[in-house]
Design a binder for this molecule. Sequence first.
Ligand SMILES: CC(C)(COP(=O)(O)OP(=O)(O)OC[C@H]1O[C@@H](n2cnc3c(N)ncnc32)[C@H](O)[C@@H]1OP(=O)(O)O)[C@@H](O)C(=O)NCCC(=O)NCCS
Length: 311
Amino acid sequence: MATGIIGVGHYLPEDILTNKDLEKMVDTTDEWIRTRTGIETRHIAKNEESTFDLAYQAAINALAHANIEAEQLDMILVATVTADQSFPSLACQLQAKLGASQASAMDISAACSGFIYGVITAKQFIDGGVYKNILVIGADKLSKITDWTDRNTCVLFGDGAGAAIVSEVSEDKGILSFELGADGSGGNALHQEDNKIRMNGREVFKFAVRKMPESAEKVVEKAGFTKSDVDYLIPHQANVRIMEAARERLGLPKKKMAYSVNKYGNTSAASIPISLSEDVHEGKIKDGDLIVLVGFGGGLTWGAMTLRWGK
Ligand SMILES: CC(C)(COP(=O)(O)OP(=O)(O)OC[C@H]1O[C@@H](n2cnc3c(N)ncnc32)[C@H](O)[C@@H]1OP(=O)(O)O)[C@@H](O)C(=O)NCCC(=O)NCCS
């Protein structure tokens, strides 16, 4: 047996904030945001809607898609940088609400790379024969730590959650290779200060356009494939120009790359699982497809994997 993903789900809050809305809040234009980032709208959670609420909905959807009950979960991992409290963890709160009585639970802090860190952590427990089903969630409500007076950052982010059930799959499916990395010396380029996101956009951009393509290419090679074997790419949805760098390095046509940054902005740890879930449910990812997931984020961190889709 191998370790793969048997179900996915996602959730986005209802309210939509457009570039035109942002024009009224800071000195920016719809044109600037679209051409520099590819973002047109983002979903923003209401005040009373917490990161937990987003994560819970995504979890319910992933459990239903995998056709398993919460009692069958052995572990819950939540990748987030916006948990409602530092403790108890969001994962423990979910364990209670879902009724996942057999599951251990913890949060993972790796910013926008968190979902990939979570899936690869889950893989170790399943490969080792310790656990069978692990719920991995990427959930963030960045709007609560966004400085809505800072045009450098407030146009970029959105709220949302995505989830996956990591489990045993047949030998020819599942996760085939991965890479996780960190460079703490670059941490100041993207950090939280006085409870707000602070970013050196140019520094993060330089890091991301180098790391995402490099890491995507590396995991394809590690799995013993060539770029032409790749069917679909899911890059972290931060900025279309950074995503394009990864797509071009793999030589893929545009339609073979997940693209939701225009609708949702950068949803941090949620961006990759939201895209994965959306594209699986829309039939863009099919049984047997070789897909590459690749992300980068605060830390600085990065992560990538190749995955043969299916059970
Ligand atoms: C932030 C980012 C979109 C800026 O785009 P860019 O093409 O690199 O823009 P530059 O940094 O060259 O130029 C920025 C200029 O635009 C201005 N600017 C920044 N935000 C603006 C906005 N929303 N509207 C209008 N102008 C803006 C800046 O003030 C700056 O002006 P200056 O040169 O007079 O100081 C880009 O650097 C980026 O995407 N970085 C990565 C961010 C990211 O992904 N973060 C999350 C990681 S998980």
